[in-house]
Design a protein around this ligand. Structure first.
Ligand code: SF4
Ligand code: SF4
Length: 526
C-alpha cells in the first residue's frame, strides 16, 4: 500500500501547460500548525440576491422577518446566519465595475453555531437535491452552482466519465485550498471517495502542484489511513501559473479541449475544486455551506492568514478581525489574486463563495502605457492560445463581433499577458471590460428575443381567439338557417289551419242555408 501511494506521489507524465508562467512560490498566509481560525459572526451581513449567472433574484423574505440559518432568502440563496432582515436594497458587491445589486441585509443574532439542518439527516450517499438545499456553490472562483454541475451525473446523455478534483492553487499569495488540505486531508479523502461513488464516474483524478510539501504530506497520511479502497489517481503538476484554470487543466489531464461556448459536463468531464468537494460531503451530513476559507495577504497586511468567514461578512470586518486593518487608509484592496483579482473601492462589499482572497497592497502607480510593438510576448504566454494584441485593438474599438470571432470569451482573465507586456498595456482589464460588455449585449438580446417571442405568442393567441369567434358565429348562422325551415313549416301549417277553419266556417254557413230550406220545405208539407 505504501509503495502504491509513493508511486502516486511521483510526478506523473502530464503534458505541460501551453503558455503560462512559472512564478516564485509566495504563500505568507499558510498556517504553520494547520489551524484555521473561524471569524466571529459580524453584527450585520449582506447577502447578494444573485444566482451563479449573476441574474438578480426575487427575495423570498421581507423586512422585519426573522430568518434562521440556511433559510431560503431567494431561489438557491440561503441565509448564512440567523437574525432579522433589516433591509433589502442595492448594496455594493465585489465586482471590477463597483456595481450595486439587491442584497438582503440581516442584523445577526451573532450566534456562531454551524448546525446541521434539522430536516436533513446524514445520508449514505450525497444527492443533487441535498447539494442544492445546502446552497453548495463552487469555491474555486467561478461560483457555479454545484448541484447544476453534478445534475449531469443523472443525465444518461452526458454521464460523468472523468471527475477532476482541482487542488491546483497556482496564483501567488492565495493559499486557502492548501491550508484546507493541510488541516482536513482525512475529510477530503473521504469526501472524494463519496463523490466518486455518487457520480459513478469511471475515472477520478486529484490534481495538485508539486510545490506543496506540507499539503502533500497530509494527503499522503490521509490516504494511508483511509479504510477502504482508494479509486482516484493523484497527479502532480509542475507549478506553473495558471495551471488551476478549469479548461486548461482539463485539457492537460485528459487531452480534451472544451470548445468555446461548451462546458465540460457535455464532454463527460466534471471539475470540482477541492474545497467544494468537502462542502459536498458536509452537505451529505446535513451541513449547509455558509462560509469559506479566505486568504488575507499582501505587503500592507501585517498578519497574513487563512480564516473561515461567514458569507455576507464585509471585507472591512474581515480585515478588522484579523488585525490587518491599520494600513487600509493608504492601501489598495484587491479581491482575488495579485494577477487575476481586481481592486474594490468600498470595504462594505460582502464575502461570497468566490472570495478566495483579500490582498492589502500598496497603490500601484500606473506605469506609462505605450504603443504595442508587436513583440508577441502576450500571445506566446497566453495559456488558451489567444492573440491578446489583436483582442486589445478590438476592445479599444469596442468591436465586439471581431473580438468574439477571435475568441475573447475563452480568455480566463489570468493576467499573464499584462505581466509580460513591455508596453504596459492593461490587456486583461480591457478584456474583462469587453467581456462584460458582450455579456450585457447578449442579455439585452435575450430579453429582446423573449419579448419578441411573447409578442408572437400573444398574436397567435389573439388570432386563435378570432378564428374561434368566427367559427362560433358561422355555427350560429348555420343553426339559424337550419331552424328557419321548421319556422316556415310552422307558419305554413298555421296558415293552412286558418284556411281550413275559414273553409269550415263557409261550409257551415251554406249548410245552415240548406237546413233552413229543408225546414221550410218540411213546414210547407201538409
Ligand atoms: S488574460 Fe486572457 S488573453 Fe491574457 S494571457 Fe490570460 S487568457 Fe490570454
Ligand atoms: S506584449 Fe504588449 S507590446 Fe507585445 S504584442 Fe502584446 S500587446 Fe503588443
Amino acid at each position: 500500500m505504501i509503495n502504491g501511494i509513493l508511486q502516486f506521489l511521483r510526478p506523473s507524465p502530464v503534458d505541460s501547460l501551453r503558455g503560462g508562467i512559472a512564478l516564485k512560490r509566495n504563500k505568507p498566509g499558510l498556517p504553520d500548525n494547520g489551524d484555521i481560525t473561524s471569524l466571529q459572526v459580524p453584527v450585520t451581513v449582506r447577502i447578494p440576491l444573485l444566482n451563479y449567472q449573476r441574474e438578480v433574484l426575487q427575495p423570498l423574505v421581507s423586512v422585519g422577518q426573522h430568518v434562521k440559518l440556511s433559510d431560503s432568502l431567494a431561489r438557491g440563496v440561503i441565509a448564512s446566519v440567523s437574525g432579522t432582515v433589516v433591509e433589502i436594497s442595492p448594496q455594493p458587491i465585489a465586482h471590477p465595475s463597483d456595481i450595486r445589486v439587491p442584497c438582503v441585509v440581516i442584523a445577526t443574532d451573532q450566534s456562531n453555531a454551524h448546525e446541521k439542518l434539522k430536516s436533513h439527516k446524514e445520508l449514505d450517499s450525497v444527492t443533487v437535491e441535498r447539494i442544492h438545499d445546502c446552497g453548495v456553490h463552487g469555491l474555486g472562483g467561478a461560483g457555479f452552482s454545484t448541484a447544476r454541475k453534478l445534475h449531469s451525473s443523472s443525465n444518461k446523455e452526458h454521464r460523468i466519465q472523468t471527475l477532476i478534483i482541482n487542488a491546483v492553487e497556482c496564483e501567488p499569495l492565495i493559499s486557502c485550498d492548501e491550508s484546507l488540505l493541510m488541516t482536513d486531508s482525512d475529510k477530503i479523502v473521504t469526501a472524494i471517495q463519496n463523490i466518486i461513488e455518487f457520480t459513478n464516474c469511471t475515472r477520478c483524478i486529484v490534481a495538485i502542484e508539486d510545490d506543496k510539501p506540507q499539503a502533500l504530506k497530509a494527503l499522503n497520511h490521509a490516504m494511508l489511513n483511509f479504510e477502504g479502497t482508494l479509486t482516484f489517481e493523484l497527479k502532480l503538476l509542475p507549478a506553473v501559473y495558471p495551471a488551476g484554470a478549469e479548461k486548461p487543466l482539463i485539457e492537460r489531464l485528459t487531452q480534451t479541449r472544451i470548445p468555446e461556448g461548451s462546458y465540460p459536463a457535455k464532454h463527460g468531464i466534471v471539475c470540482i475544486n477541492v474545497s467544494t468537494a468537502l462542502a459536498i460531503d458536509e452537505a451529505r451530513q446535513g451541513y449547509p455551506l455558509i462560509s469559506r476559507i479566505v486568504t488575507i495577504a499582501g505587503d500592507l497586511a501585517p498578519n497574513p492568514t487563512n480564516v473561515r468567514v461567514r458569507f455576507g461578512t464585509s471585507i472591512a470586518d474581515v480585515l478588522k478581525q484579523t488585525n490587518n486593518h491599520h494600513n487600509i487608509s493608504n492601501a489598495c484592496i484587491r479581491i482575488g489574486g495579485p494577477l487575476s483579482g481586481f481592486i474594490i473601492n468600498d470595504l462594505t462589499v460582502p464575502v461570497t463563495a468566490t472570495t478566495n482572497s483579500i490582498i492589502v497592497e500598496e497603490t500601484r502607480t500606473a506605469a506609462t502605457q505605450m504603443a504595442c510593438i508587436g513583440c508577441s510576448a502576450c500571445s506566446d504566454i497566453c495559456p488558451v492560445d489567444l492573440l491578446p494584441q489583436q483582442l486589445f485593438q478590438y476592445s479599444v474599438n469596442e468591436n465586439t463581433k471581431r473580438a468574439e470571432i477571435t475568441g475573447i470569451n475563452s480568455c480566463i482573465e489570468c493576467g499573464c499577458c499584462d505581466l509580460v507586456c513591455p508596453s504596459n498595456i492593461p490587456l486583461t482589464h480591457s478584456f474583462r471590460f469587453l467581456k462584460g460588455h458582450i455579456k450585457e449585449q447578449r442579455r439585452q438580446e435575450t430579453l429582446a428575443q423573449v419579448a419578441e417571442s411573447r409578442f408572437h405568442l400573444r398574436e397567435q393567441r389573439q388570432q386563435q381567439r378570432r378564428e374561434l369567434r368566427a367559427k362560433k358565429r358561422e355555427a350560429a348562422k348555420q343553426l339559424l338557417t337550419a331552424d328557419k325551415a321548421p319556422i316556415a313549416d310552422a307558419l305554413e301549417r298555421a296558415k293552412q289551419r286558418r284556411r281550413k277553419k275559414a273553409g269550415n266556417k263557409n261550409n257551415t254557413g251554406s249548410d245552415r242555408g240548406k237546413d233552413e230550406n229543408n225546414t221550410q220545405t218540411r213546414d210547407q208539407q201538409p
